[in-house]
Design a protein around this ligand. Structure first.
Ligand code: HEM
Length: 154
């Protein structure tokens, strides 16, 4: 825990460089969400055991990490072991962006490309609800249904 890397030490590493670093079998280095982690010192502490981590040595463990559904505590903890970010060329190959590569504030070419992925859901859901409401109303308002019958005098 004590030897956590500071942000200033972070480097941009290609996947090939990650694999070179991983030649040292005593270490445990992996990529998660386009960030490179050296979690050698965390092996003993990992609540999920060290074997699962060793299996990911030198690999992109993003899917394995997400599959477990790690808590926000775990995500906070892992920051201490980050040694760098994946090189943009390798990020393109995996089709993902690092969490911290946010829109450049000086870049006026349109910042929020990061969350366009599922933004259509935001407007499709209200439209589906509106269409369903109209269909339901039409069905209920059909001649012969109660809603259409004038109130009968007693
Ligand atoms: C730096 C990376 C990682 C950190 C800091 C981390 C941390 C943690 C923590 C704190 C937990 C306890 C449960 C929770 O709070 O979510 C946990 C559980 C676990 N982790 Fe990790 N983990 C890391 C990477 C991984 C990877 C790459 C894998 C899979 C290959 C993995 C597999 C598991 C498993 C199987 C459990 C046990 C889940 C359970 O018993 O319900 N972890 N991890």
């Amino acid at each position: 825990m004590a030897s956590a890397n500071k942000n200033s030490d972070k480097q941009v590493l290609t996947m090939a460089e990650v694999q070179q670093l991983s030649a040292d079998k005593d270490k445990c280095i992996m990529v998660i969400d386009n960030h490179v982690y050296d979690i050698t010192k965390f092996l003993d502490e990992h609540p999920g055991g060290e074997e699962v981590l060793k299996e990911q040595h030198g690999k992109d463990a993003s899917n394995a990490f997400e599959d477990v559904g790690h808590s926000s505590d775990a995500r906070e903890q892992m920051k201490a072991y980050e040694i760098g970010e994946l090189h943009p060329d390798d990020i393109k190959k995996s089709g993902k962006k690092p969490r911290s590569v946010a829109a450049n504030p000086n870049d006026s070419t349109g910042g929020a490309q990061g969350d366009t992925g599922s933004s259509w859901i935001k407007w499709v859901i209200p439209i589906v609800i509106a269409v369903a409401a109209v269909v339901l109303f039409k069905l209920l308002a059909r001649p012969g249904t109660d809603i259409n019958r004038p109130p009968t005098a007693i």
